[in-house]
Design a binder for this molecule. Structure first.
Ligand code: AMP
Ligand code: ZN
Length: 477
């Protein structure tokens, strides 16, 4: 049974979808005024792990992740650059979709843009007006939080600190500024993006966007809502207020928030010069799968200290894992299964699942994988690995990788037929005790980037790591 820590209750709760089979999941997407930074990607990777693990557990997943393509930040940036809002947000949406592929993030089933859901937002404001939760001031429409006594239940702020009638117009503000927030913003500047609607000219507040898009695709009550911890207040608190005030129903069943990513122990900030986009890291030559590995190696509810050494260590770990896969694939063993190995596998599978079931403890889940790798690697060398073990291990790692997504496609790595023929020729040479020829072939292969290792499970090959990467496929760094 999967247990998730629910920010709303503060408790670990057993997860079951409302309808018993499909997990309906909304995650707040990128505000598309710039490239995503690695802090954003920590949250997106953790949501990706959640959606992949839900599928592993046999649920169907309906995942909506929006693009915030109109808010204070996008409007300000478009104005600074002297381009239209659409031009700006198209550019960063395309970049984000690219970055998602680079990090092996699965594509959510629905990726709505806020600007394409203005009618839904207007309808939501009208429902709130009808139910008496709003008031108007200078053309803008505000949510009256004093009318919603449960305000503060997610972020645990105490509503008595709220100053009645005090308003806030900006999308982002601090807890000290708990005030009536804006649902619909009347234009203040002549060049401000606006929509002519029944509410008058204007644009939606950021919080309204997510309520309208999530309920449109997932229903008025849905299973899981995710985002980084910085969204708990005011964004998610306001989403709850607007949605529940409008529908009279619980909005979200499980709130799941990812802790911050810190850089070298400090808050990541442009002003500190420790602010990295994914692209910055790729330019420094880091393997994107190692970045993904580093991001997911710490459980999502624990702050993650991002360091370059951490990514380098992840690169080495991944190289070892790939090495291990090749060893198991290439090893030749006796038919059947070795009960001791079958035991190692059963234990790893149990530990992996127990760790993930416990609020997605990825650190422990990886621990289970590495323990198995250590024990099976020894069995390969000693010749204890049998044929059925090999397939069962590869199969399990394939399943685990459907959740972790750090190993790419696990397919047999093809070896150049010419090199393959040389390995076979060497085996024949060894069989007739022509060790001079066997050594010569070993040298030849080494020059071609292949290292041989004779084990009791046969001769294994792997690629040298000290050679430059080939432009496509094959070699690994
Ligand atoms: P934004 O584009 O600012 O709306 O952020 C997109 C997502 O990234 C949200 O879920 C944020 O909570 C999350 N996020 C922003 N900064 C960080 C950070 N340093 N660590 C983890 N998540 C973050
Ligand atoms: Zn949101």
């Amino acid at each position: 049974m999967l247990r998730l820590r629910n920010t709303l209750s503060g408790e670990l709760e057993v997860f079951t979808p409302l309808d018993g089979e499909t997990a309906r999941l909304y995650s707040c997407g990128l505000t598309v005024y710039d490239y995503g930074h690695i802090g954003n990607f920590r949250t997106f990777v953790s949501v990706d792990i959640l959606r992949r693990y839900l599928k592993y557990k046999g649920y169907r997943v309906l995942h909506v992740m929006n693009f915030t393509d109109v808010d204070d930040k996008t409007i300000r940036r478009a104005r600074e650059e002297g381009i239209s809002l659409r031009e700006l947000t198209d550019r960063y949406i395309a970049a984000f979709l690219d970055d998602m592929r680079t990090l092996a993030l699965e594509t959510p089933e629905i990726m709505p843009r806020a600007t394409e859901h203005i009618p839904e937002m207007v309808a939501l404001v009208k429902r709130l007006q009808e139910r008496g939760y709003t008031y108007r001031s200078e053309g803008s429409i505000y949510f009256r939080i004093a009318a919603f006594p449960e305000y503060g239940k997610l972020s645990k702020i105490r509503p008595e600190h709220i100053k009645p009638g005090a308003r806030v117009d900006v999308d982002e503000y601090e807890k000290a500024d708990v005030r009536d927030f804006v649902l619909w913003k009347a234009p203040k500047e002549p060049d401000e993006p606006r929509w002519e609607t029944e509410l008058g000219p204007g644009r939606p507040g950021w919080h309204l966007e997510c309520s309208a898009m999530s309920m449109k695709y997932l229903g008025e009550t849905f299973d899981i809502h995710c985002g980084g911890v910085d969204l708990i207040f005011p964004h998610h608190e306001n989403e709850i207020a607007q949605s529940e005030a409008a529908t009279g129903k619980p909005f979200v069943r499980y709130w799941v928030h990812t802790e911050f990513l810190l850089v070298e122990g400090e808050k990541m900030a442009k002003s500190r010069g420790n602010f990295y986009t994914l692209r910055d890291l790729l330019e420094r030559g880091f393997d994107p799968m190692a970045i993904r590995y580093a991001l997911l190696s710490v459980p999502y509810r624990t702050p993650l200290n991002f360091t370059f050494e951490g990514v380098r260590a992840a690169e080495a770990t991944l190289a070892n894992l790939r090495d291990f896969l090749w060893r198991v694939r290439e090893a030749r063993g006796e038919p059947g299964s070795n009960p001791a190995i079958a035991d190692v596998l059963r234990r790893a599978a149990r530990e992996f699942e127990e760790a993930m079931d416990q609020d997605l403890n990825t650190a422990q889940a990886l621990g289970a994988l590495h323990t198995l790798v250590g024990e099976v690697a020894r069995a390969v060398i000693s010749g204890a690995l049998r044929e059925d073990d090999r397939w069962q291990i590869l199969d399990w790692i394939r399943r685990v990788n459907q959740v972790l997504g750090v190993l790419g496609e696990i397919e047999p790595e093809p070896l150049d037929p010419e090199l393959h023929a040389l390995i076979e020729e060497r085996a024949r040479a060894r069989a007739r005790r022509d060790y001079a020829r066997a050594d010569e072939i070993r040298r030849l292969l080494y020059e071609r980037g292949i290292i041989l290792e004779d084990t009791r499970s046969g001769t294994l090959w792997r690629r040298r790591r000290d050679l430059p990467k080939e432009p496509s496929g094959g070699a690994r760094g």
